[in-house]
Design a protein around this ligand. Sequence first.
Ligand code: GDP
Ligand code: ZN
Length: 295
Amino acid sequence: MRGLVIARAGAKTEIWLPEEQRVVLGIPRGKLIKQGERIYAGDWVQVRNVSPHEVAIDAIEERKNLLPQPPVANVDKLLIVVSWREPDFSNLVLDGLLAQAEFFELPVTIVFNKMDLVRKREVAKLEKWVRLYESIGYPVLKTSVETGEGLDQLWETMKGNLVVLAGPSGVGKSSILNALIPGAQLRTDEVSEKTGRGRHVTTEVRLLPNPHGGWVADTPGFQKVDLPQWVALETLPVLYREFNQFPCQFNNCSHTNEPGCGVRAAVERGQIAPERYQTYLYWWDATRQVEEEQF
Ligand code: GDP
Ligand code: ZN
């Protein structure tokens, strides 16, 4: 039988059995533990009944991706939520979050929330950003939890998928979850440090059933850009997806100062948005500085 891991606390997991439409406790087989296999929320597992409310987990199916924080496997959509104001839109932060999503192979939809706060004379500016991100292949939705604008489209996007909400603090992730599942709370106490032992204890994540079908994590994903922590400098270029179609003279080109750089030529020809190239340079420099401190 197949089951979906919806929560994990240490060795204990809660498993949704789609065939039986119920949740049971899952106990990993000794073999899995010996192999050092880790089980995450979002994992599909092979299980066998051992008692009315318990199953044994025999195997974990191959994952298509793994979000590190909170640990969730097989994310169908990472919704990167941003707002135009309160907090102010930052394309630097958005591009950093997009690059992180690319690194972990998480399909992204960008959600511009708080549309009710966009002033008439700012609409054209916002639309320019929307078109920029759509042109490089990221779907964009515009929503307001305040007025209900765009929420039907958002529910349609989430339907049937395993979704994690991401994005800076204050943009409305919690409000979106609550509008979808009244009474649901987004847990924001990301990581708690255990003093004295130098050990990090990540709080658990739970997948909540989306009333329209699918699942949504009760803990937000990336709220900050931690690119230098995860990504090696030479990997950064491939995380700006529209850069990849422009070949350079050197195949490990950093697109900063090498001769024959196809990316810089594309920026000059207007085929790559200068705004994207600017944030790329910023994150490249930030990553380089961290690497220099380490070695
Ligand atoms: P989170 O930190 O991303 O989870 O953000 P919250 O959901 O806690 O929202 C932060 C604040 O923004 C709260 O005061 C919400 O009521 C407010 N808020 C959320 N969505 C909207 C919206 O669409 N429009 C407006 N005007 N305020 C919103
Ligand atoms: Zn280049």
